[in-house]
Design a protein around this ligand. Structure first.
Ligand SMILES: Nc1nc2c(c(=O)[nH]1)N[C@H]1C(S)=C(S)[C@@H](COP(=O)(O)OP(=O)(O)OC[C@H]3O[C@@H](n4cnc5c(=O)[nH]c(N)nc54)[C@H](O)[C@@H]3O)O[C@H]1N2
Ligand SMILES: Nc1nc2c(c(=O)[nH]1)N[C@H]1C(S)=C(S)[C@@H](COP(=O)(O)OP(=O)(O)OC[C@H]3O[C@@H](n4cnc5c(=O)[nH]c(N)nc54)[C@H](O)[C@@H]3O)O[C@H]1N2
Ligand SMILES: [Mo]
Length: 708
């Protein structure tokens, strides 16, 4: 659906046509048209000036998910900035930072998923906070789930929302109060352990720390047995349902518990992911056909690649020693020699080990506003933005506007005048992937590559990120650069380490290259079949139910075994008296984040509205279609209400990605979810995008027609 509608995006009247320079105040949205030469001179001069006055760390690189090709988007920009001494880089992936932390702590790697076709070997599949029918992870996932269902394999969905996946793929929907998943998972563990349904052989052979987890679960540690009745109060799932699910999961082996990332985008997201990892561990559902190690990425690659990220060079283009390597964001000179962040799992290879020169993605408005005086590593003067609608897509938009307005200079490379671009000093028009060549590596280890053949010439005055960086590099006096090579040669160079692309030319001709896979990949099969030869890549060599590396941090909010924790914006916190509804902000089927929001065909599919249960709506006199205000201390928005039983009472949902559009009083009429979300991060680095409290009331002028 999004693919078919993309032509409306390419040929949209709203495409940026020429370079623009701000003439009004920041945020007024008044720009004048200038030439490419003028624009790039101004950008180059500003970079030089800021670098000279304040050092490279004053330049903040702001990348995003706008382009998934190897060659465009942020890549050439980063490579170019490396050559002039680097920039301040951020850490923390909004997609999965909590899940990543948990996966590293438990297994020492993030490659923990099985091939999708292996789902047909499962006796039970649990989609926990996962809606793959909408958030397309790859074209195959929904198909394999549908086949599993057709074969009579039971599928359960645990989600506060009755998602399209629950509706189409699942046999049972278990609604849960948002942010309480850890409690549910721990109560399931309680049932399994107290009924002796756990796999003691597996636990003995492959894990450490089970006793400490058992003591917490049974209440020996804190006098609170984590019974289903304990969890019922917290999760709103009945004790009986929890008991049944626990028994079903433990007895129907092998079973695939797939723990999605949505519930990990919460105040203690890593605890949820850790609890899911531990649950599939104690039932021995790891390394076997039909099982699933709960979280994170999957891969079809060899064990060698999983453990070491092996970079064997082969493929169509053999780089000699002289050829510069593919740029990696890790090679940023500003980070060289920096100590690791204390809270990170820095002892683990390839772990969550960012340099302490970096700023968390969800803390950078504070970093801009407070700088070195506030304890941040640098004073930021300039934002260099490419491939992201940053202001719209990250929490606390109102603070974001303030922070961005305070900068000396903002340049953005964009296709549309997004809410973020509105704040820039120079806006440069970038072409789309239809207008240049590139290679895309599919998400999460699906076995194919895509060659994006250029279909049309660049529209208007737009250029590719690569073309722009070629020109800008000259203006920055960079003498020799990888970017000097022709596009095709760079692409060959970048694809060279991908040894499974057997023929670059075939990939280019067909538009894709399918990798032959001998047998469906099962994560950790080697570990389970021959543990002596293949230990887990953790510090202990075993699956860590108790993680010593976490224990060293001595942080009660980052316990070494997974624990259910509450926080200051949870349903049971004091502020819930004022703002009594939990806000969910998941990904929507008709957009990719904020991209495609402005596409008429897609707008028709699902008009933007806040989802609210009839119980909560009637308490507030709200009828389906009424205009409502959704608000908390961070902001206020005004959009229609969709009154529906597809969401659990006590929670409301505003899908992320609608464009911020404030009226003169600062009320967002666009319905951008992040006007309400919080710019903090969990001890493990998770973004609490699903952990905000809000209140809802009828808008002053509550009929949509009157408003229009
Ligand atoms: N159509 C579309 N597809 C996309 C994207 C997109 O924007 N649009 N974005 C892509 C990207 S970059 C990413 S990272 C992925 C994201 O993929 P996901 O993280 O899987 O997507 P979400 O929709 O945010 O969350 C999945 C589910 O988690 C549920 N959820 C949220 N909070 C909780 C909770 O506390 N408990 C439980 N049990 N469930 C909860 C939501 O209701 C939702 O149904 O999707 C990718 N695919
Ligand atoms: N509340 C809430 N917020 C969220 C999430 C959530 O679940 N809830 N999810 C988060 C997640 S997982 C993610 S990944 C982020 C994504 O957030 P972003 O990375 O900001 O993604 P988009 O909103 O799609 O913005 C991408 C921009 O890149 C531009 N673009 C496209 N192609 C190119 C190109 O080739 N070159 C350049 N220079 N620009 C290009 C597009 O026009 C678009 O404006 O959002 C996060 N925000
Ligand atoms: Mo993401």
């Amino acid at each position: 659906m999004r693919g078919r509608a993309y032509r409306q995006r390419v040929y949209s009247d709203d495409r940026l046509r020429s370079p623009l320079r701000r003439v009004g105040n920041r945020g007024e949205g008044i720009f004048e048209r200038i030439s490419w030469d003028e624009a790039l001179n101004e950008v180059a001069n500003k970079i030089k000036e800021i670098k000279q006055k304040h050092g490279n760390s004053a330049i903040l690189l702001v990348p995003g998910g706008g382009n998934q090709g190897m060659l465009h988007g942020i890549i050439p920009h980063a490579l170019m900035l490396h050559q002039i001494g680097g920039y301040t880089r951020m850490w923390g992936a909004p997609s999965y930072e909590g899940a990543l932390f948990a996966s590293m702590a438990t297994y020492g790697t993030m490659m923990t998923g099985n091939a999708r076709e292996d789902l047909l070997n499962s006796k039970l599949i649990i989609m926990w906070g996962w809606n793959p029918a909408n958030t397309i992870w790859d074209p195959g996932t929904s198909l394999w789930l549908a086949k599993a269902r057709e074969q009579g394999i039971k599928i359960v969905s645990i989600d506060p929302i009755f998602t399209d996946s629950a509706a189409v793929l699942a046999d049972e929907w278990i609604p849960i109060r948002p942010g309480t998943d850890t409690a549910a998972l721990i109560a399931i563990s309680y049932v399994i352990i107290s009924e002796n349904l756990h796999d003691m052989d597996f636990i003995k052979n492959y894990t450490i720390g089970f006793e400490k987890f058992r003591d917490y679960v049974l209440g020996l540690e804190d006098d609170q047995p984590k019974t289903p009745e304990w969890a019922e109060e917290i999760t709103m799932i009945s004790a009986e349902t929890i008991r049944n699910l626990a028994r079903e999961y433990a007895i129907n082996k092998p079973a695939a518990l797939i723990a999605g990332w949505g519930p990990a985008r919460t105040a203690f997201g890593e605890q949820y992911s850790r609890a899911a990892n531990v649950l599939c561990t104690i039932t021995g559902n790891i390394g076997i056909n039909g099982g699933y190690a709960a979280g994170f990425m999957r891969s079809y690659y060899s064990r060698e690649r999983i453990l070491t990220g092996s970079k064997k060079k082969s493929g169509p283009f053999k780089p000699d020693d002289e050829t510069p390597k593919r740029p990696r964001l890790q090679d940023n000179p500003v980070d060289f020699g920096a100590a690791p962040r204390e809270e990170s799992l820095y002892k683990l290879k390839g772990g969550t080990n960012p340099a302490n020169t970096r700023i968390h993605y969800n803390d950078y408005y504070n970093a801009i506003l407070k700088g070195c005086k506030g304890g941040y590593p640098t004073d930021i003067k300039m934002a260099y933005i490419a491939g992201t609608n940053r202001l719209n897509q990250f929490p606390n938009v109102n603070k974001g506007v303030k922070a961005l307005k305070s900068l000396d200079f903002i340049v953005i490379y964009e296709q549309f005048m997004t809410p973020t671009a509105q704040l820039a000093d120079i806006v440069l028009p970038v072409n789309t992937f239809m207008e240049r060549n590139d290679v895309a590596v599919p998400w999460l280890g699906a076995p194919y590559y895509i060659y994006l053949n250029k279909a049309i010439d660049s529209l208007y005055e737009s250029k590719s990120d690569l073309e722009i960086c070629k020109e800008l590099s000259k203006k920055l006096d960079i003498e020799q650069s990888l970017l000097d090579l022709p596009e095709e040669q760079i692409l060959k160079l970048f694809t060279a380490p991908r040894k499974d692309i057997k023929s670059y030319n075939k990939m280019k001709r067909d538009g894709y290259f399918k990798v032959k896979v001998d047998e469906p990949f099962i994560a950790f099969k080697d570990q389970i079949e021959d543990f002596e030869k293949n230990p887990f890549p953790t510090l202990s060599g075993k699956i860590e139910i108790y993680c010593e590396h976490i224990a060293e941090k001595n942080n009660p909010l980052m316990p070494p075994i997974p624990k259910y924790l509450t926080h200051d914006e949870h349903y049971d916190s004091p502020i819930a008296k004022k703002y009594s509804l939990q806000l969910l902000t998941p990904h929507n089927k008709r957009r990719t984040h904020s991209s495609l929001h402005n596409i008429p065909w897609l707008e028709e599919i699902e008009p933007h509205a806040v989802w609210i249960n009839p119980v909560d709506a009637s308490k507030r006199n709200i009828n389906n279609g009424d205009l409502v205000d959704i608000f908390n201390d961070r902001g206020r928005m005004r959009i229609p209400a969709k009154v529906t039983e597809r969401i659990i009472p006590g929670a409301v949902c505003v899908y992320q990605g609608a464009w911020y559009n404030p009226d003169k009083d600062g009320v967002d009429l666009g319905g951008c979810a992040n006007i309400l979300t919080k710019d903090v991060y969990s001890p493990g680095g998770a973004f609490p995008l699903n952990s905000s409290l809000v209140e809802i009331e009828l808008s002053p002028n509550n009929k949509l027609e009157e408003m229009q």
